[in-house]
Design a protein around this ligand. Structure first.
Ligand SMILES: Nc1ncnc2c1ncn2[C@@H]1O[C@H](COP(=O)(O)OP(=O)(O)OP(=O)(O)O)[C@@H](O)[C@H]1O
Ligand SMILES: [Mg+2]
Length: 254
């Protein structure tokens, strides 16, 4: 059974079928590339899996069918083990890097509101643990030594790394990355590719939306292609590169 199993999912926005009977899955330990022209429905798909958008039809299962995701609120989906980054960077720019990552940990923290209010021993122990784990995650993401900097002062590439570090703080089983290298130079792209591979080696499965074929093709075990809300192709990167439907979708009819 797949880790993520999406069956016949549809979502309409008025007259637009953003997702039209989509079937797709992600296996444990896999990197799956999700590609397609602008407006194909890729981000809408992420929004449906993470509970930001309710689906109209279909079913979404997680953890080998054990969890029915499309019935859950987005905060419960994070707790189940799905984290994401956004096409438009979402970090707290006025906060330090450490605080940004700590926010991610708090989604899983055990201390409750009362512990916070009374500053209990349990809370102090937890804060310490979160601090040291946040430091390790920043180091993992290539941001060591920058924990106390204000996030707004980072270069764009480092801000993207920070967003990935914060997503990892939720201890995901599945990480959804929405165009993680958009707007980066070739060196930064290469570095983020290495980071994505490193994340997979931690046993985390990855669903990767990316327009840059030089990035998504070598990274992915499998590629899924969408166009106008439909899945139009699926296969190994070398098969997809020669697939006629895919070439047509990108180049338009000639
Ligand atoms: N909240 C919304 N309200 C109305 N229409 C929407 C909404 N979200 C997405 N759409 C529409 O659904 C379609 C799919 O959009 P989506 O953002 O999922 O595409 P995408 O594949 O991520 O494109 P891009 O590569 O440009 O990011 C588009 O026609 C878009 O205008
Ligand atoms: Mg998008």
């Amino acid at each position: 059974m797949p880790l993520l199993d999406v069956r016949q999912v549809s979502k309409r926005f008025g007259g637009v079928a953003a997702l039209n009977h989509i079937d797709m899955n992600v296996l444990e330990g896999e990197i799956v590339g999700l590609i397609g022209p602008n407006g194909a429905g890729k981000t809408s798909f992420f929004n449906c899996v993470t509970g930001l958008t309710r689906i109209d039809e279909g079913e979404i299962f997680f953890k080998e069918g054990a969890v029915r995701l499309d019935k859950l609120a987005s905060h419960s989906i994070v707790k189940c083990g799905i984290a994401r980054t956004f096409q438009n960077l979402r970090i707290f720019k006025n906060m330090t890097l450490l605080d940004n990552v700590a926010v991610g940990f708090h989604t899983r923290a055990k201390a409750g509101l009362l512990d916070a209010f009374f500053s209990t021993r349990r809370r102090q122990v937890e804060e310490k643990r979160i601090f040291s784990q946040s430091l390790s995650l920043l180091e993992f993401a290539g941001l060591s030594g920058k924990g106390n900097e204000i996030s707004a002062n980072l270069c764009y590439g480092d801000q993207k790394r920070l967003e990935i570090a914060r997503a990892l703080a939720c201890s995901p089983k599945l990480l959804l990355l929405d165009e993680p290298v958009a707007g980066m130079n070739p060196t930064e792209k290469e570095e983020i590719s290495r980071l994505i591979e490193k994340i997979r080696r931690q046993g985390i499965s990855i669903l990767l939306i990316e327009h840059d074929m030089k990035v998504v093709m070598p990274l992915s075990d499998r590629i899924i292609v969408m166009d106008e809300g439909k899945k139009i192709a699926e296969g190994k990167p070398n098969e997809i590169q020669k697939n006629e439907n895919v070439i047509k979708a990108y180049l338009g009819e000639v």
